[in-house]
Write a protein that binds this ligand. Structure first.
Ligand SMILES: [Zn+2]
Length: 307
């Protein structure tokens, strides 16, 4: 179990327990109410006279006072009585004369319980909505109202001369061939065009801005590193790669059989599923430099969505 699914399971059980406790409190609150007398004023006074109660707690409200407590006889039976504010001084005097302990409180502690109980469903609902939104976001769900303004498209193009004695690397995969691209890095046209398309869609310049070919750091570099870096930049700007469509143009060798491995390598570098990458191969029908086998080129269109 990974940490996120552990957190979700934990959250589920905490919510479950919380709802359980909430229901229990509601039920027990009802139970207490049924075990509580609501005597009239005269009945209450009769109980006082009979010496059936020893303690009363008086809760002060703006217009009336609530009296609560438990009888001595019958045991474990509570009472609840509301009296007008004006009647309070005389009643308190009488109670004290009868030796009943009177406590005066501003706010009933049960009020806080009541407030919490009332607010709990709302808190739970808000929490559940947040949880649901996070889950939807993590599973690729996007706000449909934001989607239309969050779609971006970028185009990328690259061409490299082919020369003998160089490795032919296309889409992060080395292909068996007697020529390879001339370039500062490994000369991967597909990775370079893809990088430009992604950076262009996000408004982040181009590959030359981020990986200048004058920098010795990038000499002979694996171009998948450029894609990994581009992906980090996209993440920082909250862009997700929705789709990539590419055409690689070369007279030889045949690229089609290598596409599954290329898609896998590119998808891994970009941290996306391989089915988001679509590759096509073309020849140039023997026309111009590409047609004569002197160069290889690629065109890529990338679609991003903001998260
Ligand atoms: Zn290039």
């Amino acid at each position: 179990m990974n940490s996120s699914s552990f957190a979700k399971t934990l959250l589920f059980w905490i919510s479950f327990l919380f709802v359980g406790v909430l229901l229990w409190r509601l039920v027990s609150a009802n139970h207490i109410q049924t075990n509580e007398d609501q005597p009239s004023y005269s009945e209450f006074m009769a109980k006082v006279e009979a010496g059936d109660l020893k303690e009363v707690t008086m809760y002060l409200s703006p217009n009336s006072y609530d009296l609560q407590g438990e009888y001595v006889r019958p045991a474990n039976r509570g009472f609840h009585l509301t009296i007008p504010k004006e009647a309070a001084p005389a009643l308190m005097e009488q109670l004290r004369k009868k030796g009943v302990l009177v406590r005066v409180k501003e706010i009933r502690s049960s009020d806080w319980t009541l407030i919490l109980l009332n607010a709990a469903p709302l808190i739970l609902l808000v929490g559940f909505c947040l949880f649901l939104m996070r889950r939807m976001q993590s599973s690729g769900w996007r706000n449909p109202w934001r989607q239309s303004q969050g779609v971006r498209t970028g185009i990328g193009y690259d061409l490299h001369r082919l020369a003998e004695g160089r490795k032919l690397i296309v889409g992060g995969i080395e292909l068996p061939f007697d020529k390879g691209p001339v370039g500062h890095s490994d000369g991967d046209v597909l990775a370079h065009a893809l990088c430009d398309a992604l950076l262009g869609a996000a408004g982040l310049g181009d590959i030359g801005t981020h990986f200048p070919d004058t920098d010795p750091k990038w000499k002979g570099a694996n171009s998948l590193l450029f894609l990994e870096h581009a992906k980090k930049l996209l993440d920082e700007k909250h862009f997700a790669i929705e789709h990539v469509d590419a055409v690689v143009i070369t007279e030889k060798p045949k690229l089609g059989p290598h596409f599954p491995k290329m898609r896998e390598a590119l998808a891994k570098a970009l941290g996306i599923p391989a089915d988001k990458i679509h590759l096509k191969a073309k020849t140039n029908e023997g026309v111009d430099a590409i047609g004569r086998g002197e160069a290889i080129a690629a065109h890529v269109v990338a679609t991003l969505v903001s998260r």
